[in-house]
Ligand binder design. Sequence first.
Ligand code: 5GP
Length: 141
Amino acid sequence: MSYDSNNIFAKILRDEAPAFKVYETDQALAFMDVMPQVPGHTLVIPKDSAEGLLDVDPIILGGTICAVQTVAEAVKQAFEAPGIMIAQLNGPAAGQTVFHMHFHIMPRFEGLEFKLHARDMEDFAVLEAHAGRIRACLTHA
Ligand code: 5GP
């Protein structure tokens, strides 16, 4: 499969589609997942035309994983989460549904169940509030 530059994350990168953004560097962008599996579910994407881990530029991947670390710390603080889960899916057989490489950052709590993957759209006011909480933790980092 070859990279489709009309995928939704490519459009978000080009500001052709909206997103609740929380963090941006030269190499990566972080924003809220619109169908969160847990409150605070955040995505980090590289600024590279890559479908997944196997075709992303390794230098940009390095910058992206640094962004994952920074945003994960802020998500942990913002949601007072005892655990943080990082997920990254490659290919339909692995469950990937958007074919621009991304990391999932998900706050985890004992006993808090996951919602189904990419199923229920969250209220935009909730997403904006959650993005604000994460941005506040990044500002004060
Ligand atoms: P994947 O299945 O590829 O690992 O994850 C794709 C993620 O993107 C899913 O968690 C899904 O909820 C999320 N997603 C799908 N469409 C959009 C969108 O238009 N905007 C945002 N912010 N997230 C999306």
